[in-house]
Design a protein around this ligand. Sequence first.
Ligand SMILES: [Zn+2]
Length: 273
Amino acid sequence: MYLGAHVSIAKSIALAPERGKSIGCEAIQIFTKNQRQWRAREIGGEEAKEFEENMKKNEIKEAVAHVSYLINLGSSNSELWKKSLESFMHETNRCDVLGIDHLVIHPGTNRDESEGIKRIAEGINRAIESSNVIIALETTAGQGNSIGHRFEQLSSIIELTDKKRVSVCFDTCHTYAAGYDIKESYEKVMEEFDSVIGMKHLSTIHLNDSKGSCGSHLDRHEHIGKGALGTETFRRLVNDKRLSKVPGILETPGGDEEFKKNLDTLKALRYSF
Ligand SMILES: [Zn+2]
């Protein structure tokens, strides 16, 4: 697993790889714009070129992007759905400009699960038509009407799209809070993932310990080893050979200094072969 964290794009996106390297990242996740606004200035050619150069210079193996929290492709409100799609397409194009392969999105919310799934799939299909990026649907904790807390829901979305272009971001905190016990039954959950979605669709991991217990539906991230998942769960994850080429991104609280500590903790769990 390529270990990393979500790093800031303050001042310039091009600075993100170096920020990542300085705290020990082998992979990074970024927002490509302010995550609380719908629109953003275009990314300049110079900034994009510099970003790609800095990725190599700082030996970052992979960068993934995460979409804005405002987007809801599952929405039954057609105004909000259209606005979400527009913003989502804007973000897929930003990934193309930056040479980023994977874009993580929380699938969306809708009181009607099957309507939500159809709308999410339609939004994805429209967006990938004009972009090269692979979408990574993030597993959710199952709070409110969020879709994506059952593997079956993610599989249903993928079935309605161009399957080669849609993958899954497995968030350890969310998946556990959703009721998949990766602490006590790690192998069983991974086998279930493989049979329902397919391991080849697992493109990204979010490495977060969980404040809530299994099945609590609580989306509260905790430092590695300090939450309900505990150190042993992360030892299994970072040494899982099926995940050896997958970016594992921290989204734990506290900023860069805490990321560095968590990365050190994770690296110490690696077996040396
Ligand atoms: Zn996450």
